[in-house]
Design a protein around this ligand. Structure first.
Ligand code: GLN
Length: 489
């Protein structure tokens, strides 16, 4: 009998295709585990048609159907649309919303024979770094129940780390795939902007959002990435660039850039205003050790390590929070109590429908983001905040572009260190600061991966992050394989 928990997806598919494993048995196996680990609150709903679809899939396979995911159960984040199934963004606002259509990513998974098993918990509307803002309550870290799982794709990460499914999809606007992957000891990939269609993904920051993969190993990550990538007629921002066949090609002699500014940042260089004071905290973080020890190991593997400079990287966090909230404000305007959302029972006029439905339907963090977004876009402050952030975004894109002319990859930590305690970061600014290393990839549209690398003082894992040039995910997979091996030693 195949060891389900330790097999790659490719091997599970081979067993299913050969008839030695049934999709329905796999689905039953994972449903049992989801029920056993209920207290973690990683999965909001197991779809009640999953088992029947698996039975049907077994019949199709017996009749000759072949697919790269034939019979494989997959969990999706609660902001990814699946026809005739609920997608609530973990919000009261969309508690009863049933999607009338499939997102492109779900279509692509289904075409390869996947079974969509259920939807994962998340921070409400993907706003957060700890999955504590969900309408359905918090999710617990897979490795320590007293700690946060990261967010916003915390449910997806915990589902993979606890083996509640072989692989899960999340979304990453500012780190929401990579950061929870880091906190739960798994791999998290954010593809290049435009590589994966956003059609059918509930938008948070449209120019930053990408669907990402949370998986246990590089091979599974690569497989799913390959399947969900590609141009889609329904998303004008999805790229027409072909998904490279070079995914399997060997990338030799990686040259890795280490931003001198990051060295400074993790040493805790003093900063001039409040926003940068968080950089001081970096001095004593356990990611500093991991960062340098990884550099040494890579040097011994003939990876060339050079300094690169990204002068404005210290400004990336405020840049992100201005752009993301500005876009969120506009995207969330559609949830108005009139169409497909929650509607307040005691509203007596149209104005009250808007006001009360939005006041009651959105949680605190979402309302904070809407306020912030409106503020930075308002006529008096537009130039001071939004316009400035957009011009900084251009600067940052140019800086990364020129750094990546000389190197294959840029190395950054993913998180400051291990997962922190549940309830520890009640001040929203503290939570925003958690994203210091992840938002660059979204602001620049570049692809990035987080690979588990080290354990911290509480024996909790955390990851290291690599950023590649546009559409060079193949280099991310290469380095991910290398770090996977290093981390085991
Ligand atoms: N933590 C970040 C935020 O709250 C990123 C969220 C995300 O990537 N969806 O905006």
């Amino acid at each position: 009998m195949i060891d389900i928990l330790n097999e790659s997806i490719e091997n599970l598919v081979s067993s299913i295709q050969s008839g030695s494993l049934k999709s329905v048995d796999l689905v039953d196996f994972y449903i049992d585990r989801i029920n056993k680990f209920k207290e973690y609150n990683a999965v909001i709903e197991i779809f009640d048609d999953a088992r029947d679809l698996a039975l049907e899939m077994d019949k199709k396979i017996a009749n000759g159907f072949k697919g790269k995911l034939a019979g494989i159960p997959i969990i999706i984040k609660d902001n990814i649309l699946y026809e005739n199934h609920k997608a609530s963004c973990a919000s009261k606002m969309l508690e009863n919303f049933v999607s009338p259509f499939n997102s492109t990513v779900v279509d692509k998974l289904l075409k390869e024979g996947a079974i969509i098993l259920g939807r994962a918990n998340m921070d409400e509307f993907a706003m957060g770094s700890s999955t504590e803002t969900s309408f359905y309550g918090k999710t617990l870290n897979a490795l320590d129940k007293s700690r946060v799982p990261g967010g916003s794709s915390g449910g997806s990460a915990v589902a993979v780390a606890l083996n509640l499914c072989p692989v899960a999809l999340g979304t990453d606007t500012g780190g929401s795939v990579r950061q929870p992957a880091s906190f739960n000891g798994i791999i998290g990939l954010k593809p290049s902007y435009g590589r994966v269609s956003r059609y059918g993904i509930v938008a948070y920051g449209s120019s930053l959002d990408q669907v990402g993969v949370l998986a246990k190993n590089t091979d599974d990550t690569k497989l799913i990435f390959n399947i969900i990538s590609g141009h889609s007629e329904n998303d004008m921002t999805s790229s027409k660039n072909e998904v490279k066949d070079s995914l399997d090609s060997v990338v030799e002699n990686l040259k890795i850039g280490v931003p001198v500014e990051i060295k400074e940042m993790i040493k805790g260089m003093p900063c001039e205003n409040a926003f940068y004071s968080l950089i001081n905290q970096l001095k004593n973080l356990n990611c500093e050790n991991a960062f340098y020890s990884l550099i040494n190991q890579l040097k011994n593997l003939n990876c060339e390590i050079v300094d690169v400079s990204l002068p404005n990287i210290k400004l990336v966090l405020p840049t992100y929070y201005i752009i993301a909230t500005a876009e969120a404000t506009s995207n969330l305007a559609r949830f108005d109590g009139v169409k497909y959302t929650y509607r307040s029972k005691d509203s007596k006029s149209l104005e009250e429908v808007y006001l009360k439905s939005r006041s009651e339907g959105f949680g605190e963090e979402v309302k904070r983001r809407i306020m912030l977004g409106n503020y930075v876009l308002s006529s008096g402050y537009y130039d001071a905040y939004y316009k400035k952030a957009k011009s900084l975004q251009n600067e940052l894109k140019n800086e990364f572009k020129s750094a990546l002319k000389n190197v294959d990859l840029i190395l950054l930590p993913t998180t400051k260190g291990e997962a922190y305690k549940l309830g520890e970061k009640t001040n929203p600014i503290d939570s925003y600061r958690e994203d210091i290393f992840t938002v660059s990839a979204n602001i620049t549209s570049l692809p990035a991966i987080s690979v588990p690398y080290m354990k911290g003082e509480h024996n909790m894992p955390f990851g290291m992050q690599f950023i590649a040039n546009y559409f060079e995910e193949n280099k991310l997979f290469k380095i991910s394989e290398i770090v996977e091996k290093l981390a085991k030693n």
